[in-house]
Design a protein around this ligand. Structure first.
Ligand SMILES: Cc1cc2nc3c(=O)[nH]c(=O)nc-3n(C[C@H](O)[C@H](O)[C@H](O)COP(=O)(O)OP(=O)(O)OC[C@H]3O[C@@H](n4cnc5c(N)ncnc54)[C@H](O)[C@@H]3O)c2cc1C
Length: 420
């Protein structure tokens, strides 16, 4: 049976891997000239099992109000005359209810733990352990206000309940864990250290895995823009595409999996499917390390500013900000400057700012940050999409679950799959 994966981001390529492992004949279609070139290109690099709490939580509406009008606000809502945006924002508010947050956090934690286990299996089975600047030194969550740090011990207890190890750490403990934080010491109130977390370059991983799959017989149709799904009576007959010269073609398979990130809802809308996914724009800065003793090896999360930082070989990646502003990918230099200033203030002398590369990507976010995995509308249509802030963390587990569902297996964890 031939399965066509639509999208070659980290979600699509890991899906192709698990489908191949499950014995399917697999092909992948993407408009870019290679794998991992859109949202999976320059994300924060964290495999962040210790961050299952979604943005939608009981404190979020008040926080968003407090941040309104601040140029360095981690979260920004730019209202558009777009029904999808308003519908998403209202659903987001519903997901802020305490019981919804609790349900979402538990589901994400289970998937994240499963996903990390699968990542470990996959990277050694595919032989790509050394291909993506991977680092298994944990994530240190940092608190720069006493008010924020006061929440650390409740959060550690909650994570322990979910089976995730995280230790409350004093400012001195934080510097012992990551000596490059020495210059941040005066402003630091403390941290929460999750030793089991890790980091790595999602794009390098995706590219390396795609190469392994191509060698193994998976066909990649790059520079191929998908225009629409052709369907009759609930059956997808093929995918109408155009190559880079604008030539139309129809690609045909027995089943199709949608892994198109933020663009997934646009593709399935014609089938009467309303996917609650909206693009949430974020920024990252990648810069060469200038002084290795000043650049952290442990991945960092500034909980007070919602900024993450990962060492990727001889580069440092710093990422953050969230903007609800449609599909706009233009770069606002002020947003990038804020991230770069964070690095210079907290890790002075670590990177070369003159060589910093600014990037922006669209997180395919569902209101509760729960990805949509399972059956789509259409007999032979499947979905693995909507991974929001955690697509790199959740990729392998989501793909394993989807491939299992297509073989008629229930998920090995408690996770709400779609229509199966
Ligand atoms: C600033 C930022 C920081 C982040 N940090 C982290 C982090 O530290 N840890 C973490 O776990 N996650 C992080 N994320 C989230 C993570 O990057 C995403 O969830 C993940 O990359 C989504 O992967 P995807 O494969 O679903 O989407 P994408 O990578 O966007 O892949 C979708 C693919 O579909 C293709 N496509 C779309 N439309 C068409 C079409 N019409 N025709 C053909 N092809 C099409 C695109 O070319 C693309 O390759 C971050 C995101 C951002 C923006």
């Amino acid at each position: 049976m031939h399965v066509m994966v639509l999208g070659a981001g980290v979600t699509g390529v890991t899906t192709a891997w698990y489908l191949r492992q499950a014995g399917f004949d697999v092909s992948v279609v993407d408009r870019q000239p290679g794998a991992g070139l859109e949202t999976s290109f320059a994300n924060g690099g964290q495999i962040s099992v210790s961050h299952p709490e979604p943005w939608a939580n009981p404190g979020a509406p008040l926080l968003a109000l407090r941040w309104m009008g601040r140029p360095d606000a981690p979260l920004r809502f730019r209202p558009q005359p777009d029904l999808a945006q308003w519908r998403w924002a209202l659903s987001f508010l519903r997901e802020c209810l305490p019981w919804r947050t609790r349900h979402n956090t538990e589901a994400i934690a289970a998937l994240a733990i499963h996903s990390q286990r699968e990542l470990h299996r996959l990277r050694s089975a595919a032989g790509i352990e050394h291909e993506f600047d991977s680092r298994q030194q944990g994530i240190l969550h940092l608190y720069f206000t006493q008010e924020d740090f006061a929440q650390a011990s409740t959060r550690a207890d909650e994570l322990a309940r979910l089976g995730i190890d995280a230790r409350v750490s004093s400012a001195a403990d934080c510097i012992a864990i990551e000596p490059a934080l020495a210059n941040a010491a005066p402003a630091l109130h403390g941290g929460l250290y999750a030793p089991g977390d890790e980091s790595g370059d999602a794009m390098y991983f995706t590219r390396a895995l795609a190469q392994v799959l191509a060698r193994d017989g998976v066909r990649f149709h790059y520079e191929t823009r998908i225009e629409r799904l052709e369907h009759t009576g609930g059956l997808i007959n093929g995918v109408m595409v155009r190559d880079s010269n604008g030539r139309p073609d129809m690609l045909v398979a027995n089943a199709y999996v949608v892994c198109l990130g933020s663009f997934s809802p646009l593709m399935v809308r014609a089938l009467g499917e309303q996917l609650p996914i909206y693009p949430v724009k974020g920024y990252s800065v990648t810069a060469p390390v200038l002084d290795p003793t000043r650049a952290p090896q442990v991945s960092l999360t500034d909980e007070s500013r919602r900024i993450v930082c990962s060492r990727l070989g001889d580069r440092l990646r710093i990422a953050g900000t969230a903007e609800l502003n449609g599909y706009d990918l233009s770069i606002d230099p002020a947003r990038g400057k804020g991230i770069l200033e964070w690095a210079q203030a907290r890790l002075p002398g670590a990177i070369d700012p003159a060589k910093a590369q600014l990037w922006t990507g669209l997180r395919p976010a569902t209101p509760g940050n729960i990805p949509i995995i399972g059956k789509g509308r259409g007999v032979n249509l499947w979905l693995n999409t909507g991974h929001g802030t955690l697509g790199w963390t959740l990729a392998c587990g989501s793909a394993e679950i989807l491939a299992g569902l297509m073989r008629g297996r229930r998920p090995p964890i408690a996770f709400p799959v779609r229509g199966a």
